[in-house]
Design a binder for this molecule. Sequence first.
Ligand code: PAF
Length: 310
Amino acid sequence: MFFRFQNVGTVASAVRPSAARLYGGEAPRLKTLRTITEMRAASREARHSGKRLGFVPTMGALHQGHLSLVRAARQATDVVAASIFVNPTQFGPNEDLAKYPRSFERDCELLEKEGVEWLFAPSVEEMYPSGAVTWVLVEELSNKLDGRSRPGHFRGVTTVVSKLFHIVAPDLAFFGQKDAAQAAIIRRMVLDLNLPVEITVCPIVREPDGLAMSSRNAYLDPEQRRRALVLHRSLTRVQELIDQGEVSATVLASHGRKEFAAEPSVRLDYFEVVNPDTLDPIEDISNGALIAVAAYIGSTRLIDNLLVKR
Ligand code: PAF
């Protein structure tokens, strides 16, 4: 078999060195920095003492997926900064900005336990000077997959991530594979703008029944939570077919979509087989593929994917 598969099985949190073990003693106290000046000074301090700085940008409402990024950052770097900023520019006018889950105190406790040293948590006013009209847009890619259903979303993401990179100035930054289109777009942006940061994309973390972890899972009632499993089921079905040797994108996508026909209360947004770097549709998966799905359960939009490596 020449493909390597990842993501569809549940990812246990078994490999989980405690912060104390990583530090060989007490984990450092988390310092919350509210201003760009404070964050820049902290980052400068790390650089001057020759430490490699890892960065985990988030919008808060942290779950095991975020914490897996923090652990990867801890393993790969000397000091870790995270950010919590619910970025208004990546939400459309009818999206969930106002009700996006916020759990700042709990998030701080989790980050401190994981050995994060600095938390950058700016206000909207701190991040966006009044009258701001400058955007970072990764053309072409930003209109694909989620970008097609959420116009302007990726422009908001790339603008805020490039601002965060300028402020935090990390050596390495960590993103989750669940947001596969976001990861591809950020990789492209870093390449195109020659940004001096290395991007690491970490595997999807799943609940024991396979649902990909997401802050938006908190919106689901028990019945919707059950129905949401169709996303994982559709990818599992596709993986079975790949294991049997199927390489046709059309065949794989049609089997994936069929799973949604059996769950009519879930509205499929897209089920696509694309090139993982360009996000363009492909015809066969022999050279690798991203198989990506998005669906609405009530008004909650969830995404999931399967990365097929060559
Ligand atoms: O993936 C997220 O949580 C956000 O899109 C990010 C990267 C923190 C930018 O706001």
